[in-house]
Structures are given as C-alpha cells and as structure tokens.
Design a protein around this ligand. Structure first.
Ligand SMILES: [Zn+2]
Length: 337
C-alpha cells in the first residue's frame, strides 16, 4: 500500500472524492446525501442528464428538464460541487442530440462539463466494452460479453457511427472514466492517471476509479481499516458509486454511511471534486502523460484479474438490470437503448 504520494495542498495527507453516477437519482433520494457531504466539508462530483428522455429509458432518474432538480444541481455547483456529464439522457443519443445535451449544460452552468462518465447502455459510449482493452484481452472480454448476452455496443469513437462524438469530446471535455479497481487507493491501483491513451485518442485524459456501485460495496470500501490504509498511503481515492442505490433507508440516510463519512471528514484529507483532484495529480511524476502500450496492458491485466477473482460487487448492476427489464415490459415495443 506504500505509495510515494504527491504533495497535497495545505499539507493534507491524502485526497478523497466521489463520482456519483446519476442512475435512478431523484431529489428525494439524492439531496439528503449531498446535504450530509456538504455539511461535512466534502466537495465531490455529481453526473447529470441534461435532456428529458424521448425513448424508453434504461434506469430512470431525474434530468435537468425537471426545474426543481435543475435548481438543486445549480445550488450544488454554487456550493463547490462539480457537475459532470452522463451523456445527453437515459438512453442512446445520436451525434446531434449529444451536442444538444452538452449545449444545454453549457447554457445552465455557464461552461462545458470537465468530466464525462459513460452510462451503461449508451451506444455513444467512448471505447467502452471490449474497446477499452487491447490484444487478446479485448477478444476475451468481447467473448465474455457475448456469453453474458449484453447486446449493446458503444461506437461514440467511430467516425462512421451515427453515435460518433469523439471529436466533440476531444474539444469540449477533459476527463473520462476508464478502468475501475477494488482498492481504496485508486492512485496506487493506477499509477499513471490521469493519462492520455494514444490508442484511444478522442478522450483527452482517462482516469480510474475505485468500485463501489451501491451501498454494500461503498460501506465495504470505506470501512475504517480502508480509511486508515488510504491515509497511510498518502494517495488519492476516487470512488465511483450510485447514490440513488440504497444510501437512503426508510426515508433517512443509511446510518453506517453517515458514520463512515463523519469519520473520514475528521481525517486530514483533501476533499475536492474529481476534476480538481486529477488536475493536481497530473503534476506528479509519472502522471499526466501519454500511456505506453505496456502500461495499458498492466492496467487491463489488473482490471481483468479483479473481475475474474469476483471481488467487484455487482449488486448495483443486478438492481439496474431488474429495473430496466421492468421498464421494457411496461413500454410495448420499447427496444433497449
Ligand atoms: Zn449510469
């Protein structure tokens, strides 16, 4: 776990942030979580969908078309949280709609988002699925997806695709999430991030995250021993989670979530949004540059090992798939987007 971590601003001993995937998010289930984070001094990254869906959705969740929700995200932004893109809306979007979504975010927030997180069903995903990998691993992952009967395929990086927006991403965004790892110390699992990958050039900079898809895996990741490990490492943790999946229990915040965040808030960490953390991290030795093929191979080897070893928690996926199946059933003729 030892890491010659970068020097954090203000003499802080480690860095910590969260990227919240907006799937299933509503004012009712998300606002209490952010009220707590704000009270405790955390400033994190929340993704949004700018446009209301016009086809059957994949997970559901509020968009900026809801004026109350929009106002709330503006108040978060004003309080120092980062608002990031989760694509135009909760289904696939062709190029013109992706641009319309980004333009809407620019209009609402006064600037383009710095970060984009690919949504699990969007065909405009950039180098998602097997395209994240190189060589034999790419072929193996493609095969595993076939076995898993996941039919959607991302093509946002392929100029001939109607979903292409790689050039727009390169021009208007900075960070896109790539690999996910199980370690609390994201910067230890990925010693290169943020990095540019010349084999996947539409994304200016990739970063990795620590997996915590929903409340069980979040509580496991942020347990006391792991918090201590993160602080001792001097590194950075970027948690990737869905705050809409189980963080509220019977109308109140999950008590252990509250307790763990209260504990972490007392530690000498640098608690800033993910793009700020990555901007700072980019100045550390070995980071912020072009990724070599051997370095990419190292990251994908670890990712694959952790997937095969079964340490990644898929409960969130199970919930999302069940909801998606229900929605498809309720929407006659609604193909998966
Ligand atoms: Zn999503």
């Amino acid at each position: 776990m030892a890491e010659s971590g970068p020097a954090w601003p203000g003499g802080r001993r480690f860095a910590f942030t969260i990227v919240d995937d907006t799937d299933c998010s509503t004012l009712a289930n998300a606002r209490p979580v952010y009220d707590l984070l704000q009270d405790l001094g955390f400033r994190t990254t929340k993704t949004v969908w700018p446009l209301a869906p016009w086809r059957p959705t994949f997970t559901g969740g509020a968009t900026l078309a809801d004026p109350d929700y929009l106002r709330w995200t503006l108040s978060l932004r004003d309080a120092g949280f980062e608002i990031a893109s989760h694509g135009a809306t909760d289904h696939s979007s062709e190029r013109a709609d992706t641009v319309r979504g980004l333009d809407t975010m620019r209009e609402v927030y006064g600037a383009d988002p710095r970060m984009h997180i690919t949504h699990c069903s969007q065909q405009e995903g950039l180098y998602w699925g097997a395209a994240r990998f190189s060589g034999a691993v790419a072929r193996l992952y493609g095969l595993l997806r076939l076995v898993g009967r996941r039919s959607w395929r991302s093509s946002g990086h392929e100029p001939e695709s109607p979903y292409y927006w790689g050039d727009i991403c390169a021009a208007r965004l900075k960070y896109v999430r790539g690999f996910g790892f199980d370690s609390i110390c994201t910067s230890g699992a990925d010693p290169f991030m943020p990095y540019h990958d010349p084999e996947r050039p539409a994304v200016p900079y990739w970063f990795s995250a620590s997996n915590a898809r929903s409340i069980p895996s979040f509580l496991a990741l942020l347990g006391e021993a792991n918090q201590d490990r993160l602080e001792a490492s001097g590194g950075a943790c970027i948690v990737y989670t869905h705050f809409a999946l189980g963080f509220m229990k019977g109308g109140a915040l999950e008590p252990r979530f509250r307790a763990l965040m209260e504990r972490l808030a007392l530690r000498p960490g640098w608690f800033v949004p993910a793009s700020d953390l990555l901007d700072h991290l980019a100045g550390s030795p070995g980071r912020g540059g072009a990724l070599l093929p051997a370095q990419h191979a190292r990251l994908q080897r670890r990712f694959l090992f952790e997937r095969v070893a079964g340490r990644d928690n898929h409960l969130g996926d199970v919930v999302l798939r069940a909801r998606a199946a229900l929605r498809r059933k309720l929407a006659p003729g609604g193909a998966r987007q």
